[in-house]
Design a protein around this ligand. Structure first.
Ligand code: PBG
Length: 332
């Protein structure tokens, strides 16, 4: 006698049956697309380690936004690539900074799209770190790297307020400074931006998957690494403590980053907290899939769908991904 087919398999045989019993399905609704804005005109500079992703001058950003609007992608996450850097990252909170200018221009033409901004200093500081470093010279060989948390907070407040004033709809502090969410909440409330939400990069790991992004945002640390403020990937439960602190400080959305190698963390956050959760599918995830696809080793579209579905299954609500346009196109 043949072994009888199990009902689980019986339900798998018809494609429409499979559709009916899905737990998750990828839709454009959950996607946010990162954009890198730089100065100049007519510039579309491809990031060498991220084929298909560009640093864009303002006019090109508006063109890109047109495509994003047509694809019904709900949100973009803006990063600035400034012309000059200094020790205090002053370009990050200049009223006429690159992101501030972009926000104004985009808001005017595309008021329907949610504008998220990354609130951090690393692309704007000469040393490339996410906070103030009091004596950069003495830190060059210091494995413990002193980033001055408390003198960084007022600068993060300034960045967030300047983004809000320029038209941001959500601010996303990514520097892993302690107290940054509370500091930003207070600063926004003081300027009457009580209704502007904060998406905290709460469980942000010190990850080698950020490599290509640092080409895109030109934010490679000039010495040391980010391990004294970003999380150690050999820890798990600590992510829950980070998330819990950020929620207490007023985060409206929390984030796990990277996503693909951190599905356990996404799941744990989902199970432990009742708050919208974002997963950032970071540059290295994008680039390794791209590279394999370019070699003809994998089918890009199928792999993307599989990876992003895994994130949804794990519990993510918002998917921040460089694949947003590809996904939106494939769902049409
Ligand atoms: C800035 C920031 C980083 C990313 C997003 N915001 C880089 C970093 O911490 O070095 C990484 C995004 C990516 O790799 O796609 N702090």
């Amino acid at each position: 006698m043949a072994f009888p087919i199990h009902r689980l398999r019986r339900l798998r045989s018809h494609p429409q049956m499979r559709r009916l019993i899905r737990d998750v399905s990828l839709s454009v609704d959950h996607l946010a697309y990162p954009l890198f804005v730089r100065s100049g005109k007519g510039i579309r500079k491809e990031v060498s380690s991220m084929p298909g992703i560009f640093q864009l001058s303002m006019d090109q950003v508006l063109k890109e936004m047109d495509e994003i609007a047509k694809l019904s992608i709900p949100a973009v996450l803006l990063f600035g690539v400034p012309d000059s850097k200094d020790e205090k990252g002053s370009g990050a909170y200049a009223a006429a900074g690159i992101v501030q200018k972009a926000l104004k221009a985009i808001k005017k033409e595309f008021p329907e799209i949610l504008l998220m901004t990354d609130v951090c200093l690393c692309s704007y500081t000469s040393h490339g770190h996410c906070g103030i470093i009091k004596n950069p010279k003495s830190e060059i060989r210091n494995p413990k790297l002193n980033v001055d948390n408390d003198s960084t907070l007022p600068l993060l407040q300034k960045i967030a307020v300047s983004h809000a004033e320029a038209g941001a709809d959500l601010v996303a502090p990514s520097g892993m400074m302690d107290g940054m969410v509370q500091a930003i909440r207070e600063a926004l409330d003081n300027k009457n931006f009580e209704s502007l939400p904060i998406m905290a990069y709460s469980a942000k790991y010190a990850s080698s998957f950020y490599g290509p992004f640092r080409d895109a945002a030109e934010s490679l640390p000039q010495f040391g690494n980010r391990k004294s403020y970003q999380m150690d990937f050999q820890t798990g439960d600590e992510a829950l403590r980070e998330v819990s602190l950020d929620i207490d400080e007023g985060a409206d959305v929390v984030m796990v980053k990277p996503a693909l190698a951190y599905l356990d963390i996404i799941r744990a956050v989902k199970e432990n907290f009742d708050i919208p959760l974002a997963a950032y599918h970071v540059s290295g995830e994008y680039s390794m899939v791209k590279a394999a696809a370019q070699k003809g080793w994998i089918k890009e579209r199928d792999v993307i769908t599989e990876i992003l579905s895994a994130s949804l299954r794990a519990g993510a609500d918002i998917l921040i991904t460089y694949w947003a346009k590809e996904v939106a196109r494939s769902l049409r």
